[in-house]
Write a protein of this length. Structure first.
Length: 341
């Protein structure tokens, strides 16, 4: 990979490109949420990286695809008796999700190759950009492993831990895209790359744990444990919904306990993010502080609304969208605190 002096590179062009890819990642996170909420994720039972770009063409192809789906256990447990037209509905979301994954890969690799050939990559950024490419590849691999976990005999949904790994990797990739785009923008102003401060690391870790539990909530359907707030079915403590489990199983596989952790760890995240937002405001970058406060407040409200609505799909999808935007606002704020001129 070509590396040149920053003065010979095109940092603003690269930054705009990375922001575009980041927007695509936000889109795929939202479509992934819809796919999960509509029980669409197992509708495509095969992984065909090249030929899979095309949907079934014609009635025989659709009949064959539907026949594959009827062979897995989810069909009998959740979608038994569905029509071909209904199958096309769930197929649509998984298909769009996979197409977006391919688009993101191409949107990252093709321009990177062009920038490299033109020797437009500033010194020190080639390895970082290649690492993002690898993360996108890892994301696709985790996506297929997640789907494969739900295709095993006796399974009617994907394994929640695979789902959590899939989502967290996507959001980590989003973080890398945003941070690198901000560094490149700073480079165009003659500034050095930002460093990750202690406050930035603590806030990022707290948010990552919350997002991971959000993914477990989705995988376990834990949002449906209760439709009450702040109590859970009339009590503060949820009580286990499974018996004879280890502590690790309880905090990762028990829907009620996972729900309890997700709803109350959120306030730890609120506390550290308020501290960060105030520090960002003192640093003189009020827009980043406003963005962080706005995304955080909206996310909390949507989380509560999702629970009390019985996990209404529009609210749950908005909750996932704002979660991704909260990641962007957090990375922006952490970058502000770590700026070096």
């Amino acid at each position: 990979m070509a590396m040149v002096h920053p003065a010979d590179g095109r940092p603003l062009a690269l930054a705009r490109w990375l922001w575009t890819v980041a927007g695509l990642v936000v889109a795929i996170v939202v479509v992934g949420g819809i796919t999960r909420l509509t029980e669409s994720g197992l509708s495509i039972t095969q992984w065909r990286p090249i030929t899979g770009i095309l949907p079934p063409m014609g009635a025989p192809a659709w009949a064959a695809e539907f026949a594959h789906y009827r062979q897995i256990d989810q069909y009998g447990a959740i979608h038994s008796g569905m029509t071909l037209a209904q199958f096309k509905g769930i197929f649509f979301w998984e298909y769009i999700h996979r197409v977006l994954g391919r688009v993101i890969g191409l949107a990252m690799v093709v321009p990177l190759g062009i920038f490299a050939v033109r020797r437009a990559i500033p010194a020190g950024y080639a390895l970082r950009l290649c690492a993002i490419v690898l993360l996108i590849g890892l994301q696709g691999t985790l996506g297929w492993l997640m789907v494969r976990s739900g295709l095993q005999p006796g399974m009617v949904e994907v394994a929640p831990l695979w789902l959590a790994a899939h989502l967290i990797t996507a959001l980590f990739t989003l973080s890398g895209l945003v941070w690198t785009a901000l560094d490149l923008t700073a480079l165009a102003r003659g500034e050095g790359p930002a460093r990750l401060t202690g406050l930035g690391a603590i806030t990022g870790a707290a948010l990552a744990l919350q997002l991971g539990y959000g993914a477990l909530m989705a995988g376990l359907r834990a949002g449906r444990v209760t439709d009450q707030w702040p109590l859970m079915n009339g009590t503060f403590w949820p009580g286990p919904t499974q018996r004879g489990q280890s502590v690790l199983d309880a905090i990762t596989a028990d829907p009620a306990i996972v729900h309890f952790i997700h709803r109350w760890w959120a306030w730890v995240v609120v506390a550290v993010m308020v501290v960060m937002a105030r520090a960002v405001k003192r640093a003189g970058v009020r827009p980043a502080s406003v963005a962080l406060h706005s995304a955080l407040g909206t996310q909390v409200i949507l989380g509560i609304a999702t629970v009390v609505s019985g996990v209404a799909i529009p609210l749950a999808v908005l909750h996932q969208l704002v979660g991704a935007l909260l990641v962007v606002a957090t990375v922006w704020s952490a970058h502000v605190l770590g700026r070096r001129t």
